[in-house]
Each structure stands twice: as C-alpha cells, then as structure tokens.
Design a protein around this ligand. Sequence first.
Ligand code: ADP
Ligand code: MG
Length: 250
Amino acid sequence: MVRVRGLRKSFGGHVVLDGVDLDVREGEVTVLLGPSGSGKSTLLRCVNHLEKPDGGFVELGGEIVGYRASGGRLHELRPRHIVRQRSRIGMVFQQFNLFPHLTVIENVTEAPVSVRGTPRKRAAEHARELLARVGLAGREDAYPRQLSGGQQQRVAIARALAMEPRLMLFDEPTSALDPELVGEVLAVVRDLALSGMTMIVVTHEIGFAREVADTVVFLDGGRVVESGPPEVVLTAPRHERARAFFAAVL
Ligand code: ADP
Ligand code: MG
C-alpha cells in the first residue's frame, strides 16, 4: 500500500531524510523507531503531503504521491490528486489537536460533513459507532477540556477514522500522556491493528512494537539503519546505534 523510494528532504542545507526506502503492505503495521531528530515525523509528513520531498517518491496504493525523480526531473502531482490521496490517510499527532470549541461528537463529524458532504445525521450515527469503538460511548456531548489526555487522544483517533482512511499514521500518540493513560490509547491502536488497518506508528513503546508490529524500522540520521520483523530487529539489532537506543528506551 505504501512504497517509499530514495526519499530525500533537507531544511536549509540540513539533510533530514537521506534516501529512505520503506514498504508497507496492506493490513500490516510498521513501527518506526529512532532517536529524536532522526526524521521520523518528516517521513510521516512526506507520506501525508504535509511536506514536499526534495527527491525520491512516495507511492500509495499504486498511485504516486508527491514527487517522483525520473531522469533527474521532479514531477509534481496535481493538487486534486493530492487532495484525494490525503483524504484516504488518517493522522494522529502527539498533541491531540482537537477543536476546543466543539463537542466530542462535533469534532468527529466535522470533516465528514464539511469536507466530504456527508449528511449530518449519517455522520453522527457513524461517529457514535466510532466513539463506542474507542471506549467513549456516553461522552459525545463533552468538550475536550472536560476529558483526560487519554480520552482526548481516543477522540482524535475516532475523528481520523471518521474519514474512512485506508492508511493510518500515528506520530508518537502517547508521548504527551501521563504514564497511567498510555495503556488505554495503545489498546485502541492495538485493536485497530487487529482489525486489519494498515498503519505506520512512530512510538518509543518497545513493548507495543514487539507485540503489534509486522515490521520494525529504525531510523537514524535520516537513514533506515535496521528493518525487519520485531523479533529480529528488537532482539538482535545489527547496528550499535540501534542496540544503544533499544537499551536506553527499554
Ligand atoms: P523526529 O520526528 O525523528 O524527532 P523530525 O522529522 O521531527 O525528527 O526532525 C528531523 C530534523 O529536521 C530535526 O533536526 C528538526 O529540527 C528538523 N526539522 C523538521 N521540520 C523542520 C522544519 N519545518 N524546518 C526546519 N527544520 C525542520
Ligand atoms: Mg517527531
């Protein structure tokens, strides 16, 4: 479903992605690990069109996203293709980014109603199902400030699912949470994985990676240093940099 080849991105001469290759098959979970500043967020943002790569390409479901280097030239996607592809990708951030002035259910129905034109009643029915799925039945009319961080993040997941994405991207979804709230959010992400959702998850939760990932990718300095099944990469990493990182976060 996702094929990344030779992806390059610099900010002001600082190389952040230095030729990244990544494959995610349909229904698989890829966990992206790596030290702060290694380019994990930038990689997700390139997949989701929030950043334009300088070179290489991202292919989504057989369709090229972003830019493709061919014969040394870069080809830009048409804006309407970008809009269509972005609507198939759900993203959940470290900071939940809920609309503070909207209730829980309004947060979840906002995009389907205003972006996709789903009738409000149908969007609300779907939202109730999604909120039940993330364990928030009965909290539809609460405002974000009345919820815990873990509950807010679960609303953010329901909101992303409301657009019926084919791919979900999670960027450190539990890093802003108090430790006692991490488990409830990881449980929702795990259920989503078991339901067959294709996803890329950036996290420092090694236990989660070991249990849920089909593939673990370790990024360092904008390059993929290790990639493979968790039992191989996490148990016997080949590179010293990865060994040191896993030892530090375990
Ligand atoms: P990670 O998510 O692995 O911590 P990031 O992808 O966020 O890494 O960032 C990698 C590097 O790119 C960092 O040094 C960061 O400062 C830099 N960077 C990211 N986004 C920008 C930006 N918009 N402008 C300038 N530098 C950026
Ligand atoms: Mg990041």
